[in-house]
Design a protein. Structure first.
Length: 295
């Protein structure tokens, strides 16, 4: 007999492999359905202070909610990922400052909220996104962070800023009579101050002198969020720099001009009695890092 060639051997092995029976695939057992009781469990973790600085607070027996009238519906706050300002409870030594940027052209908007608590901590929550054309906020950018201690004193001082004594909406009188302008370019601002017992809201159109009248408030609030996310900074490229607007307002006053109440200006929301301070719920302790050697 002659030698069997490699090609013949390979062909025989291939035929043998094809002849072997193939075990059928057994489908995996379906996962058991979720326990309905677990699905509706009330064990919801408390959000961190960066996400919700005033979480877990409830009205005390003698406390009343502070009326908020800044044109922002509670549901709109939810779309932006923020607790509605209408539900925020501030107590002695605390405040909330909020600024909404509303460009006259385009749909890019931004909101910055700063919360100062009486335990000596302060937090910034900032959002930017496209507020148009879809039920949700498009391309939303979220910032939630704690502020350094060196910012807190300046933020607390803003509660006494003279700007809060101005009319809610204004028109600029350059000395020859007040003319109510129309904002066709630039950014309009809505700012709100919430302190125990009362809230103050100011709306300023994109006129530099108007915005300059609240430049100190805007610089502190917007500056707390600037530099934390380049996507947010692209919406407000000047960050907390409102020096141009502040100069325009100073020039207005130096030339004998002034801001007068606009035709759409309304009284501020009424104040409510301030009740005695309520005890705060304790925050859950932060788990300590496990430094033990792995087994």
């Amino acid at each position: 007999m002659g030698a069997i060639g490699p090609a013949v051997i390979a062909g025989a092995l291939a035929l043998a492999a094809q002849a072997q029976p193939v075990a059928p695939l057994v489908p995996a057992a379906p996962a058991p359905p979720p326990d309905p009781a677990v699905w509706w469990s009330n064990e919801i973790p408390r959000p961190s202070s960066e996400i919700d600085p005033l979480a877990g607070r409830r009205l005390g027996r003698r406390e009343q909610p502070v009326p908020i009238d800044n044109g922002v519906d509670p549901l709109l706050y939810r779309l932006w990922g923020l607790q509605p300002l209408q539900t925020q409870l501030v107590r002695g030594g605390e405040l909330v400052l909020e600024a909404w940027a509303r460009p006259a052209r385009g749909v890019r908007q931004a909101v910055v909220r700063v919360t100062v608590r009486r335990d000596g901590r302060a937090f910034v929550q900032a959002r930017a996104g496209l507020g148009c054309c879809t039920p949700e906020i498009g391309r939303r950018v979220d910032i939630d962070a704690e502020l350094p201690d060196d910012r807190i004193a300046a933020l607390k001082a803003l509660a006494g800023d003279p700007a809060w004594g101005q009319p809610r909406s204004v028109i600029v009188d350059y000395g020859g009579g007040a003319v109510e302008g129309v904002c066709v370019d630039g950014v309009s601002w809505d700012v709100t101050l919430l302190i125990p017992g009362q809230a103050r809201h100011l709306r300023r159109a994109c006129d530099d002198a108007e915005v300059g009248s609240i430049a100190g408030v805007l610089s502190a609030v917007v500056g707390a969020a600037a530099g934390r996310d380049p996507l947010f900074d692209a919406v407000l490229p000047r960050g907390g720099d409102f020096s141009r607007q502040a100069t325009a307002y100073a020039d207005l006053k130096a030339q004998g001009g002034q801001l007068k109440a606009g035709t759409s200006s309304r009284p501020q929301p009424p104040a409510v009695p301030v009740a005695e301070d309520q005890p705060e719920p304790a925050e859950p302790p932060t788990p300590a890092a496990d430094t033990s050697e792995p087994r």
